[in-house]
Each structure stands twice: as structure tokens, then as C-alpha cells.
Design a protein around this ligand. Structure first.
Ligand SMILES: NC(=O)c1ccc[n+]([C@@H]2O[C@H](COP(=O)([O-])OP(=O)(O)OC[C@H]3O[C@@H](n4cnc5c(N)ncnc54)[C@H](OP(=O)(O)O)[C@@H]3O)[C@@H](O)[C@H]2O)c1
Length: 288
């Protein structure tokens, strides 16, 4: 495993297991437990995924069964827009996430979207960081100009910005902006959620054949070599192992450029610039 050093001096593993859309409780417990057994040490959940409780159960089981200690794990969760109304709602959301996960601290906690009152909500996160219950704080889905404005105005620079990053959405300006402010990039949907024929892509398959690797492994490796921490989800143990087995080969500069050129420069998953989507997410409630 490779790591990226955060502005807190903590090390974030470069491959992170994500649990988005694993909604069945028992399936989520099994997936997280199997992922830890397969060697993952970083787990990415969110209040809005509805599976913090299952994730926490799996973590506890893995610790009890002796596979890992709490200190060896890096647990990430996110505050949903509904809770980003003001300082108090944000503070409550942090406590709720910790309770759901059954943890006394989180290694990283993110604002899920640049929506709602995200400056005031962040102040609650800054205070929780100072108290030590959030070991690092950051953001997600902050596009370059929004991130720059945010970094220019907050007291504590976000440790991480988690955004969509894969060969079909390379987001070079986002990486440059993060680099400028010392924010570590964390990719979501590092396999493009399987879209755009990623697993059969001609270039990725051809490059993979040279190294005895799959197109998925090549896509993940490309982000790793760009300094990105990749968040990837699979419910299948074999694929969990495949997705973490990417540290025994290196892509050449030419291969890196060939993959970068595949970018469509827009998302095929979600359009954050659509006002209707912004309104929808602002009204999406995950609790009373
Ligand atoms: N911050 C945000 O707004 C945001 C948004 C989306 C996602 N995320 C985070 O990023 C994580 C990853 O993104 P994602 O889950 O949306 O998508 P993803 O990891 O890009 O893709 C997951 C899909 O690829 C399949 N897959 C995984 N490994 C494979 C392999 N080696 N070969 C073939 N198929 C494979 C999975 O199927 P199987 O499960 O059947 O293997 C699943 O259908 C999430 O779980 C979540 O933690 C964050």
C-alpha cells in the first residue's frame, strides 16, 4: 500500500474501500469485513448511504476477531446537506455519525457537497477537529473555484477533497488547485461506476495485457500515479483483492498520457451544475 500524507501529518492509504449503494445491512457488514480481511485499511461511508451502522458493526467484528486494530484503520464519513444548515445541526450530525459507527473518533470527516450553509457547518467540524474527535476534516464535490474560495476563507484548510476522478473524468484543474492548497485528492467512482465500457476499454485492456493486469487495475493505477487516493467499491471478494493489487507495476509516461487523453471533461454520472439537482439534493432528507 502507498499513502498520501495529509496536512494533519496522518497517512491516508491510496486505496480506500467505498460502501455507496450497499444498502442491505448484512451485505454491508460482510463486504466491509471481507474488505478488511482482503487488506483494505481505509473505509469510506457517509451518513446519506444509510450504512454507517453496518460499517461500524463490521469494523468492530474485524477488531474483535483480531484482523486489525482501530489504530490501523482509517475511517471516513460525510455530513449530509440536510445537516449543513447551521452550527448546531452540523455538530449534531458529527455526534450521530460517531454513534452510528460506534466509534469515539473519525479519521476523516467530509462535507458531502458544497451545498447548504457549508461555511457554518465547517466551523462545527473545525471545533470537533480541535477537540480531537475528528482527526482530519475535508470536503467532497468541491469544484476548483469553490475549493479555492473555501480555502481562502476557512481557518483549517481541508485535508481532502473527494471528487469524481477516473479516466473518463480526469479533472486536471481540480488536481492542480488541490495541489496549490495542499489538499489531497480522493477519487470517488474510481472505476466510473462501471460506466463507459471501462472494463472492456480497448486502451486500458491493451495496456493491462502488457503487465498481466485488468483494465480496472490499470484505471486505478493511473490515478495512483497522479497522486490520487482511489475509493473503489465491490461486493465481490475476488474483485476487492484485484482492486488493491496495483502496487507491483508502474505505467510509463506515455501510457499515463494515453489514459489522460480519454477524459470527456464532464461527468456521465452526475451533473453538479444542474440547478434542479442542487435543489433536489437540498431537499433530500435522511432523517426527521
Ligand atoms: N462523495 C461522493 O459524492 C461520492 C459519490 C459516489 C461514490 N463515492 C464513494 O466512492 C466509492 C466508489 O464509487 P462507486 O461505488 O460509486 O463506484 P466504483 O467503485 O467506480 O464502481 C463500482 C462498480 O464497479 C464494479 N466493480 C468493482 N471492481 C470491479 C472489477 N475489478 N471488475 C469489474 N467490475 C468491478 C462493482 O460491481 P460489484 O460490486 O458487483 O463488484 C460496481 O458495480 C463509493 O462506494 C463511495 O464510497 C462518493
Amino acid at each position: 500500500m502507498n499513502y498520501r500524507r495529509l496536512n494533519t501529518n496522518a497517512n491516508l492509504p491510496q486505496v480506500i474501500f467505498g460502501v455507496f449503494q450497499i444498502t442491505d445491512h448484512d451485505e454491508c457488514v460482510n463486504c466491509v469485513y471481507n474488505a478488511i480481511k482482503a487488506g483494505y485499511r481505509a473505509i469510506d461511508t457517509a451518513a446519506s448511504y444509510g450504512n454507517e451502522k453496518a460499517t461500524g458493526e463490521a469494523i468492530q467484528k474485524a477488531i474483535t476477531d483480531g484482523f486489525v486494530t482501530r489504530e490501523e484503520l482509517f475511517i471516513i464519513s460525510k455530513m449530509w446537506v440536510q445537516d449543513m444548515k447551521n452550527y448546531e445541526t452540523a455538530k449534531k450530525a458529527i455526534t450521530t455519525s460517531l454513534n452510528q459507527l460506534g466509534l469515539t473518533y473519525l479519521d476523516l470527516y467530509l462535507e458531502h457537497q458544497a451545498m447548504g450553509n457549508y461555511f457554518e457547518a465547517y466551523r462545527a467540524m473545525e471545533d470537533a477537529y480541535k477537540e480531537g474527535i475528528l482527526k482530519a476534516i475535508g470536503v467532497s464535490n468541491f469544484f476548483p473555484a469553490t475549493l479555492a474560495n473555501f480555502c481562502e476563507n476557512v481557518e483549517i484548510i481541508p485535508a481532502v477533497n473527494q471528487i469524481e476522478l477516473h479516466p473518463f473524468f480526469a479533472q486536471e484543474l481540480a488536481l492542480k488547485t488541490m495541489d496549490h492548497y495542499g489538499v489531497v485528492p480522493q477519487a470517488w467512482a474510481a472505476l466510473a461506476e462501471g460506466k463507459h465500457g471501462i472494463f472492456k476499454d480497448k486502451d486500458l485492456v491493451e495496456i493491462g495485457e502488457k503487465y498481466g493486469k485488468s483494465s480496472a487495475q490499470v484505471a486505478l493505477r493511473w490515478n495512483i500515479q497522479r497522486g490520487v487516493c482511489v475509493t473503489v467499491k465491490s461486493t465481490k471478494v475476488e474483485r476487492m483483492k484485484e482492486n488493491i493489487d496495483i502496487f507491483d507495476f508502474s505505467l510509463t509516461e506515455e501510457e499515463m498520457n494515453r489514459i489522460s487523453k480519454k477524459s470527456l471533461d464532464h461527468s456521465e454520472i452526475i451533473n453538479h451544475f444542474d440547478p434542479e439537482l442542487v435543489a433536489f439534493l437540498n431537499h433530500r432528507n435522511i432523517h426527521d
